[in-house]
Design a protein around this ligand. Structure first.
Ligand SMILES: [Zn+2]
Length: 178
């Protein structure tokens, strides 16, 4: 898989090399890091959410190195078992977070599962494409994506591609493998 390709399909079959790491990371609200273009786009999205709805978004988790994925995956295997780990956490190299273009967004201290079902999550689902982001793992698509619904996990693909994904009705996973 080409390192640095923001449209690289990543799933349980496709992965990045262990040494694949972006060189233009920037800090975003919450302290996590994203690649420059994604960081700017996310800043625009957060500003729009603030202006339209008064939402205070931040990023709970952004870029994750290969080694961090090793640690995270092993943590879930040890605490909740391998089946749970595989539904909720990517194996090392398979995470979209290694791209540096993927963010887990949060608001009001509500992170991950707690973010689901909030007004902020509904706004992200409806509006993130306008800023070039796609919710990678939508509700009801686990059979296709391999992951349980993650309304907080958004990946930057650029505004043109995000619009195309929305119009296609496909998940990002299906769209990138087309
Ligand atoms: Zn995520």
């Amino acid at each position: 898989m080409a390192c640095g390709d923001i449209l690289a399909p990543l799933d349980k079959q496709h992965r990045l090399a262990a040494d694949c790491a972006p060189n233009d990371l920037r800090q975003v609200a919450g302290g996590a890091h994203l690649r420059a273009e994604a960081a700017v786009a996310l800043g625009e999205m957060f500003a729009a959410g603030k202006q339209e709805k008064g939402f205070d978004f931040y990023v709970n988790s952004g870029y994750r190195s290969y080694q961090e994925q090793v640690n995270t995956y092993n943590y879930w295997v040890q605490t909740s078992g391998q089946a749970y780990a595989d539904r909720t956490s990517a194996r090392p190299g398979h995470s979209e977070h290694q791209l540096g273009t993927t963010a887990d967004v949060a608001a009001r201290g509500l992170e991950l599962e707690a973010f689901g079902g909030t007004a902020e999550a509904a706004w992200v689902a409806a509006n993130s494409y306008k800023f070039g982001f796609v919710v990678s793992y939508p509700d009801g698509k686990e059979a296709i994506t391999g992951y349980a619904s993650e309304p907080w996990h958004i990946r930057y693909v650029g505004k043109g591609v995000a619009q195309q994904v929305k119009d296609s009705g496909l998940t990002l996973h299906e769209f990138l493998l087309k």
